[in-house]
Design a protein around this ligand. Structure first.
Ligand code: ITT
Length: 192
């Protein structure tokens, strides 16, 4: 049997680690994911792709890590709000939370509530290699109210298309099958 490949997931978000570990344990027996809670500065750029790339480049330049590593940047893009909060999702969540988003959406009906969740994984084989990006999206809509006790962040207000369930009403394994993060991370696994 070939030795397991070790890759390091750099994030300060323990919920992301839980999801990625769950997925890797189930679907990638030849890969070990280590977690490093290094808090790199996140630039406020207009595209999630650019944030992910710049973050990975920052970590490379700082030589903060010797092993193959990845980071990921995620965001919720609400169509009727021109993709807001998008790359500003963390800031907006801290300031107004899910209640604030529901208020912003209070006059929006049906199709106007459509939203996309997006994850961009940036992987570097070493500090010498430019990041390779893997994008995953999930389509859905903003629920009328907060529902579900699982997940984290915007999960209780993101209803996945066709299911009538918010991500917070799914188990970690169920969310991983269809989520933006699951899809982006699976692309990384295929690449590896
Ligand atoms: P790191 O940058 O350290 O990885 P973070 O929590 O700052 O952690 P992001 O910038 O990627 O991560 O997250 C943007 C915001 O979107 C933040 O408020 C998260 O809670 C939220 N978020 C990210 N992924 C999510 C998901 O799968 N479900 C619900 N909310 C999510």
């Amino acid at each position: 049997m070939s030795p397991k490949k070790e890759i390091v997931f750099i994030t300060t978000n323990e919920n992301k680690v839980k999801e990625i570990q769950d997925l890797a344990n189930a679907e990638a027996k030849n890969i070990t994911i280590e977690h490093l809670g290094y808090d790199y500065p996140e630039l406020q750029l207009e595209e999630i792709e650019s944030v992910a790339k710049e973050s990975a480049d920052y970590i490379r330049e700082k030589r903060a890590i010797k092993k193959p590593f990845f980071i990921e940047d995620s965001g919720l893009l609400i169509h009727a709000l021109n993709g807001f909060p998008g790359p500003f999702s963390a800031f907006v969540f801290d300031k107004i939370g899910n209640e604030g988003i529901l208020k912003l959406m209070s006059d929006k009906k049906g199709e106007e509530r459509k939203a996309t969740f997006k994850t961009v994984v940036a992987f570097c084989e070493s500090a010498k290699n430019a990041p390779i990006l893997f994008v995953g999206t999930a389509e859905g809509k903003i629920a009328e109210k907060i529902r579900g006790k699982g997940g984290f962040g915007y999960d209780p207000i993101f209803e996945f298309e066709g299911t009538g369930k918010t991500f917070a009403e799914l188990s970690t394994t169920e969310k991983n099958k269809i989520s933006h993060r699951g899809r982006a991370f699976r692309k990384l696994l295929d690449f590896l």
